[in-house]
Design a binder for this molecule. Structure first.
Ligand code: IPE
Ligand code: IPE
Ligand code: MG
Length: 246
């Protein structure tokens, strides 16, 4: 079951909405693709730094189901960026004990990228220093609809009793099955919305929004987000540990 019970000061699972690449480029008079390139560098740094800080699970939002609606050249650049990221970084990620999983629909994703994803996942399957989950062609509503559809199919063919469907059964059908829920969700670039990211899993996450654009997001920014998290009183619908009504 996916639990929301982490009360330690360091989030066990951080999820990142890496936003602001386009504005970063625009502010420098560059093409948007330069912002995405700088964003990929930022991701490299943050993966390393999260691992250094002792974070065990990191999910990064790299391409949403809605992002298909962007200009064709931008979409294909983003596809090639994931391809290059896996090709160039897989060996290092593996040697650093990072387990990689890509969550999202495979429809529309090239055969080449799908096979790279398979290779990355199988090569790193037994690593346990940091679990890096890349949300690519991911949408929270689609994830929930796909899970509902699979459960409905099993109910129709008699292998699942509809009465037995509860929150745990549904969570086990999600792409994130087996992963704890995020404790802290960080969104860069000043937007305070989830944009279809981890709708189910975010139920009890602490949300941290910063104006910093993703390519500029540094270790100090990550530490500031973790310090914010450490200050929260996570009550999970209960009363606070002190029991005081304040
Ligand atoms: C985030 O940066 C990367 C993706 C969504 C793929 P954006 O490309 O959304 O950058 P802004 O929001 O336009 O600045
Ligand atoms: C969310 O950012 C998706 C990713 C970071 C991959 P968007 O830039 O697509 O979100 P909106 O359009 O501002 O809501
Ligand atoms: Mg954006």
């Amino acid at each position: 079951m996916q639990k929301d019970d982490d009360t330690s000061r360091l989030p066990n699972h951080i999820a990142l909405i890496m936003d602001g690449n386009g504005r970063w480029a625009q502010a420098r008079g560059l093409e948007r693709r330069e912002g995405h390139r700088a964003g990929a560098e930022s991701l490299r740094r943050i993966v390393e730094e999260s691992s250094d800080l002792g974070v065990h699970h990191l999910t990064v939002f790299s391409f949403s189901t809605e992002n298909w609606g962007r200009p064709r050249t931008e979409v294909s650049f983003l596809m090639s960026l994931l391809e290059r990221y896996i090709e160039s970084d897989l060996a290092d990620l593996h040697s650093e004990g990072v387990r990689v999983r890509v969550i999202g629909r495979r429809e529309g994703v090239s055969k080449k990228i799908c096979s790279l994803i398979d290779r990355a996942e199988s090569l790193t399957a037994n690593n346990n220093r940091l679990f890096l989950q890349i949300a690519f062609n991911y949408g929270g509503r689609e994830e929930l609809a796909d899970a509902a559809s699979r459960l409905a199919r099993r109910a129709t063919n008699g292998t699942l009793d509809p009465e037995s469907i509860n929150a745990d059964v549904l969570a086990a059908e999600l792409l994130t099955a087996g992963m704890p829920n995020p404790d802290l969700i960080i969104r860069t670039s000043g937007e305070s919305r989830l944009s279809n990211f981890m709708l189910w899993q975010s139920a009890y996450a602490e949300l941290y929004f910063t104006d910093v654009l993703w390519p500029d997001f540094s270790r100090a920014d990550l530490e500031a987000a973790i310090a914010f998290y450490a200050d929260r009183d996570r009550r999970f619908g209960l009363v606070s540990a002190t029991g005081e009504l304040d």
